[in-house]
Structure formats: structure tokens, C-alpha cells
Design a protein around this ligand. Structure first.
Ligand code: SF4
Ligand code: SF4
Length: 503
């Protein structure tokens, strides 16, 4: 089915933004050299931090697992090159706005020797889906579109429902970011091959490969890869260039015209969305035996001398990537990890490239925002909101710190896309307020969950102690009865023992 014959669903709101991607798309992907030192955070994903399984001084090989999945939701971390572990210590990381988090530091030996994949699958088509999911987990694969949700667990969750479609997200709608575009242009075969592996793991017969219409080269290369494979289960779809059509729920709406319910998941309407880079990472692991140890990152903005896309080993610092791209221009003032709409400002470039680092953006000045004024109730924010929220209403509740009302009015559905900020004539930083309120709600939920766990533990302990006390009393009565028959000395002995027990 060609893009022109496919009938798309309707996306609510959104904006047509200047793409500003051409700065970084005029060159091929540059392969960065292995740095002298790698800094690998043990938490590069949603869920529990991984648990280090190497010690200081230990020699490691490229692709070796150095931290094991730390909980039911998580992913392992692998060495991105060979060398020696020199520290396991806190280091500034981008997922926490430059705050420090535990990292494994490897001094590279320059040999880049790989470990053999001892559990390599003979052929994925002969492998049961469950075994394939376990293998994907072992490769440390997480969602590379920015969400970094562990892929194997996402697939397992989706399999628990009635899945119909796999949607490969190659939309990349946020300005400046072009790593997926370059991936699709230069590694289309890996993207399509990864989609086939996912379809096998999910036992699916239909997958949509979705790309925005402003990426003609990527569309052409994907089309060629599909033609070569002659796999008509995969359908290539072009969608209009509108921000944020690459949001999971928005993409599901566009492709299937199905609405993901409030608080729900795409799998609730039979869909699973995976980023194209995640599909390529799965291909590299299952077919090429290389776990997730590197990624394509866009380094761009008017604060960078030679904007480009690089293939960087995870653990390379942002400072090294920027230096590889010619360094900062004299005008560089603002460093963002991610795009201008959803990225995070950084105060240091010592942070390492991690699984989530799709873009390093250096700008000469912050996006113009002006001084915030009172809301004039124009309603523009509601017109552009892709999840049909009423941002002006939420803003009133945010000013009153009324999280319960914000929740009631759908705050947790906000995807923090920033569209409402861009159109607000009063320059109100709505998204920042919503982000803060969502973090506060998460904190309260965590606190409540902790309190509930503590209460349950306390109740269980009290119940156990009561039971033991009752058993002791029954035993004492029985002993007293025996002693009454035996005489006063035996009674005194029992009472002495009881007192000792209580002490
Ligand atoms: S766009 Fe700004 S001024 Fe207009 S209703 Fe929304 S918050 Fe108020
Ligand atoms: S940031 Fe949230 S409230 Fe604002 S437009 Fe995006 S989804 Fe709607």
C-alpha cells in the first residue's frame, strides 16, 4: 500500500515548526573514535538501576555485561570498549539535569577487543518468542526515541493483550534532531530487519513503518530495503510534518484512527510503537551480536562549529562529542540534551552520552520567551494541545497548588510537548509548571506507596507477634496445669522461665 492510498487518522492540535534539521543532515554519520575513558551510568533506562557485576581493577571486553538488570523493570549495561574498570562512583548525568549518579568508569586500552556472544541465537525465526524476548533483554535494548523503556518488558506487556499492529516510529518531529533520519537513510536494512525480528517476537502479520514527509531520502531508502526483502507485511507510510505527531499516542491515532484511552497504553487499542533506532539496535544484537553500546547522536545548533550526526560509544562525554564536531562557536550560551521542546538544559558538558542521548544542542541564546503576563483566556493553548487538555485551566490549578484538580483535569496525560508555551501570547511557561506538578504527583504516589508498604509490614508484624503471644499463653496455661499437679517448685520454675523469655 503506498503512502498516497493510505487513509490517515486525524491528529488534534499540534504545530508546524521550522525543522532546523538541515544544519546536521548535509553529511553522512561520522564514526567517533573510542575515547580514552568511558563513563557508563548504571541507570540509563526507566526502572531500577542496574547492579554492577564488575570490580575496580577488572579487565573488561567490548560488549561484556558490566551491570545486571536490577529489578523486574530494568536493563543491563555493557562495556562500550575493552579496558580496565577504574572507578564506580557518582558522575554528572543528563537524565538528572547534570546531577551526579553512580557510573562505572572504564579506562580504554585502545584495542577495542570484543567478547564473544556465548548465547547467540542460531536463527531468530527458529526461536520461540519468549526466548527472543529474553535475548532482547540481555542486549540492554531500551526505547531509543527518548523514553528508554526496557524493550523486552514493553513487548511482554503488549503480548499480554490482543496485539494487532506494530508501528515503527520514524517520525522524528522535534526541530534540530536528525539522528533517526540519518539512520533510516544509511541503515535502512537494519531498521527493516529489526522490524521483522519484532514481528516474529510478537507473532504479528502487519507492521507500519511511519516517516514524516520532510524526509524524502529516508523514505526512498526504506522503500528500496523493503523492495529488496519482498516482505509485503511491512507497510511504509508518510505522515504530514506536524509536531508532535511522533508521540506514541498521536502516532497510533494517525495510523489507525484509534484513540489510546486516558491513562492507557497503545496496546490497549491493539498497537505497539517502537522507535526505528530501537529496531536497528535489535537487529545489531540479534543478527550482529553487538549489544547496545553505541548510538547515533545529533550534535547541532548555532553554538556548534560543524553540526553533524555521530555514532558515539555510550559513555563518551558530551564535551568529547562537541570537540569532535569542531567545538563550540563563540556565541554558544545554552547547552541542551535532547531537542528544544522536550530537552533538558545542562550546566556541564562532562555528562556522558547514554542510551537516551538523541541530540546535543548548543544555542547562542535561549528561545525567546518574554516576560510572563496574566492569562487573557484566549484559548490558543487548548487549540494546539495534542491531547485535548485545557492548559489554561490546568494553569489555574497549578497556581493554586491544587494537584488533585490538575489530576482530575488530565494532567497526567500531558506529554510535555511545549506546544501551549509556543502559542501563549502571555508568555506563560505552562509546560514547566505541568512538568513540576507531574513530578510532585509522582513523588506523592511514591510516598504513598512507601507508606502503604510500611503499614502492611507493620500490620503483618503485629499479627505475627499477637499470634506468638497467644501461643505462648496457651503453652503457659498447659505448663501451669501440669505443674499444679506436680507441686509449687515446678510453678516457680515456669514463672522464672516466662520472665526470662519476656526479658
Ligand atoms: S494561551 Fe496563554 S493566555 Fe491564552 S488561554 Fe492559554 S494560558 Fe491563557
Ligand atoms: S505541554 Fe501538555 S498541556 Fe501543553 S500542549 Fe503539550 S500536552 Fe498539552
Amino acid at each position: 500500500m503506498s503512502a498516497s492510498t493510505y487513509e490517515l487518522g486525524r491528529l488534534h492540535g499540534g504545530l508546524r515548526l521550522d525543522s532546523l534539521k538541515e544544519q546536521s543532515t548535509s553529511h553522512s554519520i561520522y564514526e567517533m573514535p573510542v575515547p580514552a575513558r568511558l563513563v557508563l551510568p548504571i541507570s540509563q533506562h526507566v526502572g531500577s538501576a542496574a547492579r554492577p557485576i564488575v570490580g575496580i581493577g577488572e579487565q573488561v571486553l567490548k560488549g561484556q555485561r558490566i551491570a545486571e538488570t536490577g529489578g523486574t523493570l530494568g536493563a543491563p549495561v555493557h562495556a562500550s570498549s575493552s579496558g580496565r574498570v577504574v572507578a564506580i562512583e557518582p558522575w554528572p548525568v543528563s537524565r538528572r539535569y547534570g546531577d551526579a549518579a553512580p557510573c562505572i568508569v572504564i579506562e580504554c586500552d585502545g584495542e577495542d577487543r570484543s567478547i564473544e556472544d556465548a548465547d547467540a541465537l542460531p536463527a531468530y525465526r527458529d526461536t520461540a518468542p519468549e526466548a527472543l524476548l529474553t535475548k532482547i533483554l540481555q542486549g540492554g535494548i531500551v526505547g531509543l526515541g527518548g523514553a528508554v523503556f526496557p524493550t523486552a518488558q514493553k513487548l511482554a506487556q503488549a503480548l499480554a493483550g490482543e496485539l494487532q499492529y506494530l508501528i515503527l516510529n520514524g517520525v522524528e518531529c522535534e526541530p534540530y534532531i536528525s539522528c533517526d533520519d540519518l539512520l533510516m537513510r544509511e541503515r535502512a536494512r537494519q531498521v527493516v530487519g529489526g522490524a521483522q525480528i519484532l514481528m516474529h517476537a510478537l507473532s504479528l502479520d502487519v507492521a507500519y513503518l511511519v516517516v514524516e514527509s520532510d524526509k524524502p531520502d529516508a523514505i526512498r531508502r526504506l522503500g528500496e530495503a523493503l523492495a529488496e526483502l519482498e516482505d509485503n507485511r511491512l507497510v511504509l507510510i508518510q505522515v504530514p510534518t506536524v509536531y508532535p505527531s511522533g508521540g506514541e499516542d498521536q502516532l497510533v491515532q494517525l495510523v489507525t484512527n484509534r484513540e489510546v484511552p486516558t491513562g492507557g497504553l497503545p496496546s490497549d487499542v491493539g498497537c505497539l510503537v517502537q522507535n526505528v533506532a530501537t529496531a536497528a539496535a535489535i537487529y545489531d544484537w540479534i543478527i550482529g551480536h553487538e549489544p547496545l553500546i553505541s548510538r547515533i547522536t545529533t550534535v547541532t545548533g548555532d553554538g556548534i562549529v560543524r553540526p553533524m550526526n555521530v555514532m558515539a560509544r555510550l559513555g563518551t562525554t558530551v564535551a568529547e562529542v562537541v570537540a569532535f564536531a569542531g567545538g563550540y562557536t563563540d556565541r554558544a550560551e545554552l547547552l541542551i540534551i535532547g531537542g528544544p521542546m522536550t530537552g533538558k538544559s545542562m550546566t556541564t558538558d562532562r555528562v556522558p552520552v547514554v542510551k537516551a542521548t538523541n541530540c546535543i544542542l548548543a544555542l547562542s541564546e535561549p528561545p525567546k520567551q518574554g516576560r510572563a503576563r496574566a492569562c487573557i483566556r484566549c484559548g490558543e493553548c487548548a487549540v494546539v494541545c495534542p491531547v485535548r487538555l485545557l492548559p489554561q485551566q490546568l494553569y489555574w490549578y497549578a497556581c493554586a497548588d491544587d494537584e488533585a484538580k490538575m489530576r482530575l483535569h488530565g494532567l497526567t496525560d500531558c506529554i510535555e510537548c511545549g506546544c501551549c508555551d509556543l502559542v501563549c501570547p502571555s508568555h506563560i511557561r505552562l509546560t514547566a509548571d505541568f512538568r513540576k506538578a507531574k513530578a510532585r504527583i509522582r513523588e506523592l504516589e511514591d510516598e504513598k506507596a512507601r507508606a502503604d508498604r510500611a503499614r502492611r509490614r507493620f500490620e503483618a508484624r503485629s499479627e505475627r507477634l499477637d499470634k506468638e503471644q497467644r501461643a505462648r499463653e496457651r503453652q503457659l496455661l498447659a505448663q501451669k496445669e501440669t505443674a499444679r499437679r506436680a507441686g509449687p517448685d515446678a510453678i516457680a520454675e515456669i514463672l522464672r522461665r516466662k520472665q526470662k523469655d519476656e526479658e
